[in-house]
Write a protein that binds this ligand. Structure first.
Ligand code: NAI
Length: 299
C-alpha cells in the first residue's frame, strides 16, 4: 500500500536545500501541503536568501501545494506565526520535520562559548521552538508526527563538533520525553540521523560518495517516520539507501554492598557492570529505577 499524505499539512524547517528540500518535494509529491521554511543563510548561519521560495516554486511546478516561510527557528514568535499561517490556510498542522541546521566546527580548545551557544540554539532550541509552536494544535487534532534530526556526531561523537554533537544528542533526548507526553494524543515523535552529500558535508565526502549519498536516499526514512503508521521513539540512521536503528541501552549491572560499595568495588566489578549480556532498552527513565529495585529484590 502506498504511503500518502493527502489532507496532511507538513512543516519542514531548513528546507531551502539539502535534505529538507528532498523531504519537502517528496511530501508534496505524495499529497501533503508543505510549509517550506528556510532562513536561507550560509552554512555557519549567517546571511539570508530566498531559498525557501525556490523550493515552493519547484513544488508548484510539479503540481503540488506549498508556502514559503523565511523565519528563523531560533525565533519562537516567528515559528508561532508560521504555524498560525499554515493553520489558517490549510486548517491544521500534522507533520513537523525539524531539519534546519548550521555548523561551526572547531576543536573544543578553539571553540568560543558563542559558537557553542549558537549551534545549540539553532538545532536544539530551534527544534523545541517549532515543536512547542505545533504542540497544542497537534494535541487538539489528536494527530501529530514530529521528526527530530540528530546525527552520528551526537549519538557517537565527532572530533571538532562538541557544540553540534551536544545539540544533536539533545534532540534524541527531546524525542524521548515528547513521545511520552504526546502518546495520549496520537503524537508520534522520532529521531533521524542522516548521512548525505549536501553543502554541510561537501568538503568531507569525495565526489563519488557525495553522489551515492544523495538526500533522496534518506527521504524514505524521513517520510516513513512522519507517516500515519509511523513508529514512535525510534532513532533511525539513514544514508545511501542503508537504514539502521540506534538504541540507548542499559546493562543488567551489579549490586554492590558492604566494603564493595566503594570506588575499589566499582573497579573490581567493572567487567560485570559493563557486561552487555541481557542488555535492556528502557522506554522511559523510570525503567532504570525499576531495574534497580529488581536487583535489590534479588531478581
Ligand atoms: P543544509 O545546510 O543543506 O541544510 C540546512 C538548512 O537549514 C539550510 O538550508 C539553512 O539555510 C537552514 N537553516 C539554518 N539555520 C536556520 C534557521 N535558524 N532557521 C531556518 N532555517 C535555517 O544541510 P543538510 O545536510 O541538508 O542538513 C539538514 C539537517 O541534517 C541538519 O539538521 C543537519 O545537522 C542534519 N545532518 C546532516 C548530515 C549530512 O550528512 N548531511 C549528517 C547528520 C545530520
Amino acid at each position: 500500500m502506498s504511503i500518502r499524505f493527502d489532507n496532511r499539512v507538513a512543516i519542514v524547517t531548513g528546507a531551502g536545500g539539502g535534505l529538507g528540500r528532498a523531504y519537502a518535494l517528496e511530501l508534496a509529491r505524495r499529497g501533503a501541503k508543505v510549509v517550506v521554511n528556510d532562513l536561507g543563510g550560509s552554512r555557519d548561519g549567517t546571511g539570508h536568501s530566498d531559498a525557501a521560495l525556490k523550493v515552493v516554486e519547484e513544488i508548484e511546478a510539479a503540481g503540488g501545494e506549498a508556502m514559503s516561510n523565511g523565519g528563523s527557528v531560533t525565533e519562537y514568535e516567528q515559528m508561532v506565526e508560521m504555524v498560525a499561517r499554515a493553520k489558517e490556510k490549510w486548517g491544521g498542522v500534522h507533520i513537523l520535520i525539524n531539519n534546519a541546521g548550521v555548523l561551526r566546527d572547531k576543536t573544543f580548545v578553539k571553540m568560543e562559548p558563542a559558537d557553542f551557544k549558537f549551534v545549540i540554539d539553532v538545532h536544539l532550541n530551534g527544534s523545541a521552538n517549532c515543536a512547542k509552536a505545533v504542540w497544542e494544535i497537534m494535541r487538539e487534532q489528536a494527530y501529530g508526527r514530529i521528526l527530530m534530526t540528530a546525527s552520528s556526531s551526537g549519538l557517537y561523537g565527532n572530533f571538532g563538533q562538541a557544540n553540534y554533537g551536544a545539540a544533536k544528542l539533545g534532540l534524541a533526548g527531546l524525542t524521548k520525553t515528547l513521545y511520552l507526553e504526546g502518546a495520549k494524543y496520537n503524537i508520534k515523535v522520532n529521531t533521524l540521523a542522516p548521512t548525505a552529500g549536501t553543502r554541510m558535508t561537501e568538503d568531507l565526502f569525495p565526489k563519488e560518495a557525495f553522489d551515492a549519498f544523495s538526500p533522496e536516499k534518506v527521504a524514505p526514512a524521513a517520510l516513513y517516520l512522519v507517516s500515519e503508521d509511523a513508529p514512535t521513539n525510534a532513532i533511525i540512521g539513514a544514508g545511501a539507501g542503508v537504514f539502521q536503528a540506534a538504541y540507548v541501552t542499559l546493562t543488567q549491572g551489579k549490586l554492590l554492598t558492604g566494603d564493595e560499595l566503594s570506588p575499589e568495588g566499582i573497579a573490581a566489578h567493572w567487567a560485570e557492570i559493563t557486561d552487555r549480556t541481557g542488555e535492556m532498552v528502557p522506554q522511559a527513565g523510570g525503567e532504570q529505577s525499576m531495574s534497580i529495585l529488581r536487583k535489590l529484590q534479588g531478581q
